[in-house]
Design a protein around this ligand. Structure first.
Ligand SMILES: *Cc1c(COP(=O)(O)O)cnc(C)c1O
Length: 504
């Protein structure tokens, strides 16, 4: 309501009360004004009523919500279902214009403002999370793999002779496909083993540059966040190499924004060498539904170029989700989540260490990986990886998601390239293992439940092995929450899934 409306209200209700109500409204509006003026994430999260007021104010700036709108075009933001309209807070026009995802849409001033303010808040959060010198970023309504593809396609015009992308191996299919889909030939650089860790083979990267010729290399595609025992790539050294040979550098930081170590690596890489863009997933770092990513970089012009590569308009949903999330959390709320995640990582690490020792296994020593852990499965007869995959299916049946068992010697062909030892980031990692990760939002009780269920599954598998029977006949004993694993026992192969295959 504006001043005239309040004045009219004073004829119906005591002016003193109306004035107080008007003041109350002004305090919500004050927060909105600060947000728009500063373009920064508020420190303290907003009340839902302020968020709804803000979203409503933005939505009524869009032409589909004009009271007198007369649409005669081919896209007028008409929506058949009111449920769909509400699901999107009546933002129907999406973001961007044909030809630039960052451009202002004349039919939708509110959506355009939403898009700009979201990108500005996200930039603020990237700095807060550890990359202080980031110059620009934008939210793109595609997941990480496709967003990497967009970066490679943008580089294509700048490097017409380039055919290859140098890629320190990480066994995640979307990373590999992001390069193939963009029309480039990935050159797989095998990792080197350093203790238990798998690390970037810098001399192999350099040898590949020299052999292929720097002009024929589109970029180095490195990775921060990954499953242990692989650890984040040696970004500083790679960045220096990129600067020396004048080769672009794109970093896959899929779930690295939540880990200060990954963010620090990116900051350092940019400080001492060259990083052109780093890409991170929205769902993995901000606890929102799948569908978006952030493309960020240190050169404003290059990031704008990428946004101009995007053909056409785009969904505003990922931007809206992350905007609402950041306004509800505030920067303090996000910082708290980051801190809790770190604590949860230590907690999971100590619990898993204890459990592994109880089963004569070992927590792999991977100090450079800040998110993912790996515990050996040596005592399960690893040369016949049956027990290992059986453990995976048992965990899956017991509703443990995200834990991933990695048997030895899996062979997998992805887009024509055959990987030996697939899932383990190496041709011949010496032992089978199990991964678990402490990701943002994880709770201590989830760790406890995981450890409890893993303990039971390991006991059951071990018991079976001692009996040398091909089929586990586990008794799950206590607890009403315990699921029956009869189906696993009957046919373990049938329930192989995420847990035993490639996670996400
Ligand atoms: C999640 C993830 C990706 C990309 O997956 P999308 O489904 O495209 O978001 C790429 N690399 C790594 C390491 C990942 O964890």
């Amino acid at each position: 309501m504006n001043r005239e409306s309040f004045a009219a209200g004073e004829r119906l209700v005591s002016p003193a009360y109306v004035r107080q109500g008007c003041e109350a409204r002004r305090s919500h509006e004050h927060l909105i004004r600060l947000l728009l003026e500063k373009g920064k994430c508020p420190e303290d999260g907003w009340d839902e009523s302020t968020q709804e007021l803000f979203l409503q104010e933005l939505a009524i700036m869009d032409s589909n919500n004009f009271l007198g709108n007369c649409g005669v075009g081919e896209r007028e933001g008409r929506v058949a279902s009111s449920l769909v309209a509400r699901r999107h807070y009546r933002f129907i026009h999406g973001i961007g214009r044909s030809g630039d995802i960052a451009a202002v849409q004349p039919k939708a001033a509110g959506s355009s403002l939403l898009n700009k303010i979201t990108n500005s808040l996200v930039l603020d959060i990237i700095k807060l999370a550890g990359v202080q010198t980031v110059a620009n970023c934008f939210v793109v309504p595609m997941a990480t793999g496709m967003s990497l593809t967009l970066c490679f396609l943008t580089l294509r015009h700048k490097r017409p002779r380039a055919k290859y992308i140098l890629w320190p191996r990480i066994d995640q299919k979307s990373c590999f496909k992001s390069m193939v889909t963009a029309g480039f030939e990935p050159v797989v650089i095998e990792n080197v083993r350093d203790g238990d860790e798998l690390r970037t083979d810098l001399s192999a990267v350099e040898a590949a540059i020299q052999e292929l010729g720097p002009d024929h290399v589109l970029c180095i595609h490195s990775t921060t966040s990954c499953f242990a025992p692989r650890v984040p790539d040696r970004l500083e050294e790679l960045a220096v190499m990129c600067a020396r040979y004048d080769i672009p550098h794109i970093v896959n930081n899929a779930y690295g924004m939540q880990a200060s170590k990954c963010m620090h690596l990116i900051q350092q890489g940019a400080r001492v060498g060259r990083i052109d863009a780093f890409v991170q997933s929205l769902d993995k770092n901000f606890m929102v539904p799948v569908g978006g990513a952030i493309i960020a970089g240190f050169n404003d012009a290059f990031i704008q170029e990428i946004s101009k590569m995007y053909p056409g308009r785009a969904s505003a949903s990922p931007s809206l989700d992350v905007l609402i999330t950041l306004l509800s959390l505030g920067s303090n709320g996000y910082k708290r989540l980051l801190k809790e995640r770190k604590e949860m990582f230590s907690y999971l690490s100590s619990k898993l260490k204890k459990l592994s020792e109880a089963f004569s296994e070992r927590l792999l020593h991977t100090p450079h990986n800040p998110i993912s852990l790996a515990m050996t499965l040596q005592t399960l007869d690893e040369h016949q990886d049956k027990a290992v995959t059986q453990l995976g299916s048992m965990l899956f049946t017991r509703q443990v998601s995200g834990a991933r068992v990695v048997p030895l010697g899996a062979v997998q062909t992805v887009s024509g390239h055959t990987f030996r030892g697939f899932m383990s980031h190496a041709d011949d990692y010496p032992c089978a293992y199990l991964n678990a990760a402490a990701a943002i939002g994880m709770q201590a009780q989830e760790v406890d439940l995981f450890i409890k269920r893993l303990d039971k599954c390991l006991k059951a598998v071990q018991k079976e092995q001692n009996k040398a029977s091909p089929v586990p006949q586990a008794s799950w004993g206590d607890g009403a929450e315990e699921a029956d694993i009869g189906e696993v026992a009957g046919n373990p192969e049938n329930v192989l899934c995420d847990t035993c295959q490639d996670a996400s």
